[in-house]
Design a protein around this ligand. Structure first.
Ligand code: UGA
Length: 423
């Protein structure tokens, strides 16, 4: 199939490369000329595991352009532009509607417009209204890729949702994936259901995280251990162990914006989503509460405390710091000097953090002579701490519970604290 993907970001690029690897001819259209230059020079301008390699192997099936008129050659146009959060919590749809206006003059009869951007219920109706042609079908095809695992998720999806009433168009889109993806993972719904599946899924996962974080707080008061509680709960197949990792709260470009947009949508429709609302509030407050904990440890040592913050990205496997709780926590640590390290997100974080943050080139440099080490992102790289010796007393605040507890407790000079254990 000849496909055009509008938007070359965290969703557009993995989708384009993945579809090209299935043998399709894919044109990536983006209005950022600097990004296009980098892409044309053979470099993927964001970090996503395996994407650079995949890109190199499918290069002959990919074209990058800023020219919207190339849409006229495509049978399928995928909208994968951003829908960031507006100040009132709603999704900002300016880019999606602009992209629709931009492609409109060039759409060929019979082509399909599929929206992969996360968009509020009814947005595809509006896209259809803007295009205003009976020979074009607008489909909601929400994306469930996780950053850092986007290619794994592309090739091993839990489900592919195709939101359309048009069965022939559904079959066409289904054939794009089968036989590469098992047919039983592909389902058809109406457009509104497809749009809502995406929001409801993200909100459910966000709520699951917030739930375990609240249970974690309770564990700290009653001498229980959240890791054991999560393990015990997770063995119930109705609950499942995934997304029960207590920590510093969720971040990223998806959960914060999508929970807010869902709450906004529900309010507009006169429905109260009290669980979602309390998740949004509790998750946001959590980062300040965590910063306060660190401040208390610093106060015990005083101004001379050497503090090392490990992790800046909103999670491991990415260089993305959007709505990263780690960034807000560091901003709220009251100290004149904080050493910081992240395997991927330093360049992005440099633009965000103040002069009191000193970025180090390596993990070792960051934790050298530290009085307090605080782990804020669940990078497996930080497990290197298990192999280190500490020459002076060091408080390690493992706020992602990633280190081996027995190993860390056996270390001399280390006071090891985990999240969700008695304080
Ligand atoms: C999320 C969804 O998982 C994807 O399915 C979806 O496609 C994507 O949003 C999107 O809407 O585009 P992503 O934002 O990449 O993916 O990240 P997740 O892996 O879901 O993690 C989100 C946040 O939750 C991170 O800050 C992570 O550290 C945190 N988290 C996750 C926890 O604190 N505990 C957990 O147990 C799991």
């Amino acid at each position: 199939m000849r496909i055009a993907v509008i938007g070359s970001g965290y969703v557009g690029l993995p989708t384009a490369c993945g579809l090209a690897s299935f043998g399709n001819e894919v044109t990536c259209i983006d209005n950022n000329e600097d990004k296009l230059k980098v892409l044309r020079s053979g470099i993927i301008p964001l970090y996503e595991e395996g994407l650079q390699e995949l890109y190199e192997s499918v290069k002959d099936k990919l074209t990058f352009t800023g020219d919207m008129s190339s849409v006229k050659n495509a049978e399928l146009i995928i909208l994968a532009v951003g829908t960031p959060m507006s100040d009132d919590g709603s999704a900002n749809l300016q880019y999606i509607y602009q992209a629709t206006e931009d492609i409109k003059p060039y759409l060929q009869s019979g082509s399909i417009v599929a929206t992969k951007s996360t968009v509020p219920i009814g947005t595809n109706d509006e896209i259809e209204r803007i295009i205003n042609r009976t020979d074009i079908t607008v489909v909601s095809m929400p994306e469930f890729l996780r950053e850092g695992y986007a290619l794994y998720d592309f090739f091993n999806p839990d489900r592919i949702i195709i939101g359309t009433d048009n069965v022939a168009v559904y079959e066409k889109l289904r054939n794009l994936y089968v036989p590469h993806i098992p047919a039983e993972k592909i389902i058809r719904t109406n457009r509104h259901s497809a749009e809502l599946i995406k929001y409801a899924s993200n909100a459910f996962l966000a709520t699951k995280i917030h739930f375990i974080n609240e249970i974690s707080d309770l564990c700290e008061q009653i001498d229980a251990d959240v890791a054991d509680v999560a393990a015990g709960m997770g063995l119930d197949s109705r609950i499942g162990r995934k997304f029960l990792n207590a920590g510093i709260g969720y971040g990223g470009s998806c959960f914060p914006k999508d929970t807010n947009a869902l709450e906004y949508m529900a309010n507009k429709n006169g429905v109260k989503l009290s669980l979602v609302s309390s998740t949004i509030k509790g998750n946001y407050e959590r980062r300040f509460n965590i910063a306060e904990r660190v401040n208390k440890y610093i106060a015990r040592i005083g101004e001379t405390a050497r503090v090392a913050a490990l992790g800046l990205a909103f999670k491991n496997g990415t260089d993305d710091i959007r709505y990263s709780p780690a960034i807000d926590i560091i901003k709220n640590i009251k100290h004149n000097q904080i050493y910081a390290y992240d395997p991927r997100a330093m360049d992005n974080a440099r633009k965000e953090l103040g002069a009191n943050v000193i970025f180090t080139d390596t993990l070792k440099d960051c934790v050298k002579d530290a009085d307090i080490i605080v782990i804020l992102t669940e990078w497996p790289d930080f497990k290197e701490l298990e192999n280190m010796n500490f020459e002076k007393e060091t408080i390690i605040l493992d706020y992602r519970n990633i280190l081996d507890e027995a190993v860390m407790r056996a270390k001399s000079n280390v006071i090891y604290k985990r999240i969700g254990q008695k304080i």
